[in-house]
Ligand binder design. Sequence first.
Ligand code: ASP
Ligand code: CP
Length: 319
Amino acid sequence: MRHLLSAADLDAAAAVRVLDVAEEMAATQRREIKKLPTLRGRTVVNLFFEDSTRTRTSFEAAAKRLSADVINFSAKGSSVSKGESLKDTALTLEAMGADAVVVRHGASGAPHRLAHAGWTRGAVVNAGDGTHEHPTQALLDAYTMRKHLRGGTGDLAGVRVVVVGDVLHSRVARSNVLLLHTLGAHVTLVAPPTLLPVGVQAWPCAVSHHLDAALADVAPDAVMMLRVQAERMDAAQGGFFPSAREYSRRYGLGRERLAALGERTIVMHPGPMNRGLEISADAADSARSTIVEQVGNGVAVRMAVLYLLLAGELPGGHA
Ligand code: ASP
Ligand code: CP
């Protein structure tokens, strides 16, 4: 496959291959000299039209550790403020030569457009598009689960994951549901009806509006909290939930819910967190939280994705 646009691009063999190569990459990162010559002479362009801390820096670290040349582009401070379009921005950067283009954009479908409109010859990696998908986040989440669950055997078949919160605006939720389903895990989404997208019933997962009941019924191996995405909530539309306090009470992970989780259940969050809203400090900083580890795992996973795409060694995908 040439691009990674959706978690659905990966069949089980391709997903497992990425996760296995990520483990090999992580092993190289424990050495004193972390840099590998693998992508020497290749150019990776990071094209960020939306803000990012984790994804942008970890793609940059990943590309650099593989010895690629890296061009970082942020829409802020660029000619996008003069009205330049995605197409013209892409063509401009393409003129500098790009073997891979990592793109984050506020519009769902922008990476797909970039990949298929002929604006770049490079491999396109979706680093988050609108409310649509964030496939490398799902991969690093699955990688983190493989490390912690099932005694680290790497098999996620039958693993139970509860994903809680603002599913409506979350590209992380959709990509996780797709990838975890491919890997044989069972996902339950929990959210108020106002924060679920139209058509969620057709997703390969269960859906609930009641967090305590879902946690009791599912007895999850992992609980993934989602950020309440205020910047995507139209103030005029409003009414997604009555108040922050009420949201926390019904859908937040606080001390009491944390204490009621199974002994081995891990607590995940893609970040950035709204501490005190969807997750309390107790939960975020607890021994069972993998939140900081998820970020570190992102580097190895993104090294694997860049390497496999540029080496043309990602088989069995759909893109
Ligand atoms: N950082 C993730 C994303 O960009 C999740 C979030 O922003 O809540 O999708
Ligand atoms: N998890 C995630 O994508 O974080 P950033 O938005 O900071 O990249």
